[in-house]
Design a protein around this ligand. Structure first.
Ligand SMILES: [Zn+2]
Length: 443
């Protein structure tokens, strides 16, 4: 018997085996819509609980629960004592424990010092977010409490009922059942949040997705909660304003979910000019245009960014970016087997490639910045070590949502001190060599 108010969904999901990633949640277009003959709509008893005890932590790892995470602060971070923007969560017991045991959970979300964006009609791709002022790299653009968090994949609860069905019919059942399950979170939304949710775009109108799952699939940000590839830990985070950011293959912003403040935060990965559209990527940006186009079909996106408009120029660069991913994985430049001047020159070439393609959001870009800082330190080039320590620190902020204080950057990575040491040693060598040369001249 299951715990009252707890859906035994997880157990069934376990039986389904492992899925590689969030992108597996792609059913394509189904020939038949609705439930196959003889299968009735999921019973209400499968829905999540309506009221759980917020202080109770020991829900089973293999069970899903619905729970609310209220925000009791105003826009200035002052405590209001009332529930403001609440996030509805459909999560497993293990994730609830992670959330509840996070130090400082429920802290006020950070707010940008001023709002530098507006949401307007783009005329060709629905609403979009545009900068109303220049925005610096690393700057917080927008932070919001998500509308809801739901599993990225919700296989059917039917078990033996699915025996003998075709894969297409199983998908029909999964889509129909996940619509009912997700509704348990949507039903609990505050009225204004529910309204915001249903105002979101739905690009899954013709593939068998219901209005709820369609919106989740269109707008959800993938969140691998505990860093495992097990599909049970993959969630979709649906935002209100954040979900209005359109796609670009050269995105100028990066998003990160912060559990402590329970907020989705969007930061600039490079300087953004006033009037420029603020974008992030819905697919892997290192792929060539044709592969990206294929991945974007599910979002109903036909990308017209510079890289997609000029694949003959951009594709060779994206292939080079793929080489850089492998190169930085193998740490070829981190072992200093090459002369440092050669390493610096290669790294700067890589850096320019990523900048020219607008790929600053990639992990490899951060790795290049870090390795440059390290290599300049090994050369004893204090000035450039400082430059790249600051740039890497900003990249950390934009990508990870956290970084060292500006005053602390020099000490943070320990490399500026190393650069000074090497510089000092070089100086000693140079002055020692000069003395020797002087002596030789005298004799
Ligand atoms: Zn594009």
């Amino acid at each position: 018997m299951s715990t009252p108010g707890v859906t035994p969904l997880g157990k069934i999901m376990k039986d389904k085996g492992r899925h590689s990633d969030y992108e597996q949640f792609d059913y394509g277009v189904l020939k038949e819509k609705g439930l196959p003959q003889g299968i009735s709509k999921l019973d209400d008893s499968f829905k999540g609980p309506q009221n759980i005890d917020p202080s109770k932590l020991d829900y089973s790892d293999s069970s899903y629960i619905t729970t609310s995470q209220p925000c009791r602060y105003d826009a200035n971070g002052n405590a209001t004592g009332v529930e403001g923007e609440t996030t509805e969560c459909l999560i497993r017991g293990s994730i609830k424990r992670i959330i509840a045991s996070t130090p400082g959970i429920g802290s006020p979300p950070p707010r940008p010092p001023s709002i530098k964006y507006r949401i307007v009609d783009t005329h060709n791709k629905g609403l979009g977010v545009f900068a109303t002022e220049d925005i610096a790299a690393g700057e917080l653009i927008l932070a919001e409490r998500p509308i809801m968090i739901v599993p990225a994949n919700m296989p059917s609860l039917r078990g033996k009922e699915l025996a003998g069905m075709s894969s297409s019919q199983v998908k029909q059942v999964e889509l129909a059942d996940s619509e009912v399950i997700a509704a348990s979170a949507v039903d609990r939304l505050q009225p204004h949040r529910k309204e915001a949710f249903f105002k979101l775009a739905n690009s899954h109108l013709h593939d068998g997705s219901g209005p709820i799952i369609g919106r989740i699939r269109t707008n959800g940000f993938g969140q691998d909660w505990v860093g495992k590839s097990d599909v049970q830990d993959m969630y979709c985070i649906v935002c209100d304003e954040g979900s209005r950011l359109n796609h670009s293959c050269s995105p100028n912003s990066q998003q990160k979910f912060d559990v402590r403040t329970f907020s989705m935060q969007f930061r600039a990965v490079r300087p953004i000019k006033k009037g420029e559209e603020i974008t992030y990527s819905y697919c892997d940006v290192h792929e060539v245009a044709s592969v990206r186009a294929q991945k974007l079909v599910r979002y109903d996106v036909v990308c017209d960014c510079k890289a997609c408009a000029n694949p003959t120029t951009s594709d060779p660069n994206r292939l080079k970016a793929q080489e850089w991913i492998q190169r930085m994985k193998s740490c070829r430049f981190a072992d200093f087997s090459l002369p440092t001047s050669t390493t610096v020159s290669l790294l700067l070439t890589g850096l320019r490639l990523f900048e020219s393609e607008g790929l600053e959001s990639m992990l490899t870009f951060g790795q290049i910045l870090f390795t440059l800082m390290k290599t300049y330190a090994a050369k004893g080039d204090v000035e450039n070590t400082q430059v790249y320590a600051r740039r890497y620190n900003k990249w950390l902020l934009a990508s990870m949502g956290d970084c060292f204080e500006e005053d602390d950057v020099e000490n943070a990575f320990g490399l500026v001190a190393s650069a000074r040491l090497v510089q000092g040693m070089k100086g000693m060598w140079t002055s020692g060599g000069a003395r020797k040369a002087k002596k030789a001249g005298k004799s």
